[in-house]
Design a protein around this ligand. Structure first.
Ligand SMILES: [Cu+2]
Length: 336
């Protein structure tokens, strides 16, 4: 079905062969389903015909104990128009669904690994825990439960931590966990609307050489629904251009942002405004004012707040404009 397995280090040769009409690399439907630009690595046999339906996040609270259940699964994700990636995901979304807990909560986390062939795991940046135990691999078709405390407030990345981590993150296993501060943010009362925005990159399908040594094929923003009825997208080029966020003139907007990478930094900027209040990594003590652009290292997060004073379309970008060319832009449409 797919082209033969091509070893790492032969990527550019493979593309040349493809252009020369080598019979083994004839384009077919499956190639379209797994390419970032062009697939150079064969789909894992057990994943070949697998496209597991997204599963809703389960989160239930009993006092300060929060029970979170997520899946690791193989799901086709549209990363660009007519370009589907056979992603390794949490719950069938890439980035995965946003998880919200409160500072001081104890998280009882269960990972249901629905992948029939590869172990997966969960590394929550929000917790203090021995990673060899708390972020341990869960075998294919098994479940694992882990308990830890969320004692630091912030906007944290989560990701699969199974070796090689780069493959697991770049194939789609990333997302955001927000730990809301016990005493809130000093500007809570001023905020009218809030959204979660995530930046991530895509590379050639499951190609560790490309992920390690090359530039991303796509750099994208997604919105993850924080409140009922909000826009919820995957990391798809144009997702937040085609389906913009919405606000009203005079409102103070809060974005919870995170750059899940895996490799690039983000220079987050909203065109036509200045961030009045910024909390680096989402910690209330890291309060800064009057920022034009917020730097997000790979895995870094922030809360950024700004007031939209005129009706219009406000684009948000990473100010590394080569990445805007690759998709990293979204729109906030502000009306009277
Ligand atoms: Cu994984």
């Amino acid at each position: 079905m797919l082209k033969k397995l091509i070893g790492v280090g032969l990527v550019s040769t493979a593309l040349v062969l493809s252009a020369c009409g080598n019979e083994e690399v004839e384009p077919d439907k499956d190639v379209q389903t797994v390419s970032a630009e062009e697939a150079t690595v064969e789909v894992i046999p057990a994943h070949k015909d697998l496209n597991q339906e997204p599963v809703p996040l389960e989160i239930n609270r009993e006092g300060s104990d929060v029970f979170v259940r997520m899946t690791s699964q193989i799901t086709d994700i549209e990363i660009d128009k007519d370009n589907n990636y056979k992603a390794w995901t949490f719950n069938g979304e890439a980035p995965g669904p946003v998880v919200v807990v409160e500072e001081g909560d104890t998280i009882h986390f269960t990972l249901d690994n629905m992948d029939p062939s590869i172990p997966h795991s969960m590394d929550f940046h929000a917790v203090h825990a021995a990673p060899d135990k708390a972020f341990a691999d869960v075998a294919p078709n098994e479940e694992g439960t882990f308990v830890y405390k969320a004692s630091s407030p912030g906007v944290f990345m989560y990701h699969c931590g199974t070796d090689p981590v780069l493959s697991h993150i770049a194939n789609g296993m990333h997302g955001v966990i927000i730990v809301t501060p016990q005493d809130g943010y000093p500007t809570d009362d001023e905020v009218d609307r809030e959204f979660v925005i995530v930046q991530n990159e895509w590379y050639k399908y499951n190609d560790l050489n490309d992920m390690t040594n090359e530039e991303p094929s796509q750099v994208v923003f997604s919105a993850k629904a924080l409140h009922e009825g909000q826009v919820n997208t995957n990391g798809t080029v144009g997702a937040l251009i085609d389906e913009p966020l919405e606000a009203k003139v005079g409102e103070k907007i809060r974005f919870y942002i995170n750059n899940v990478g895996p490799n690039e930094v983000s220079s987050f900027h909203v065109i036509g405004t200045v961030f009045d209040d910024v909390y680096i990594d989402g910690h209330p003590a890291n309060h800064m004012e009057g920022m034009q652009t917020v730097g997000l290292p790979a895995s870094g997060g922030a809360v950024v707040e700004f007031t939209v004073k005129e009706a219009g379309t406000y684009k948000f970008v990473t100010h590394q404009f080569n990445h805007v060319q690759k998709g990293a832009a979204g729109k906030l449409v502000v009306t009277e």
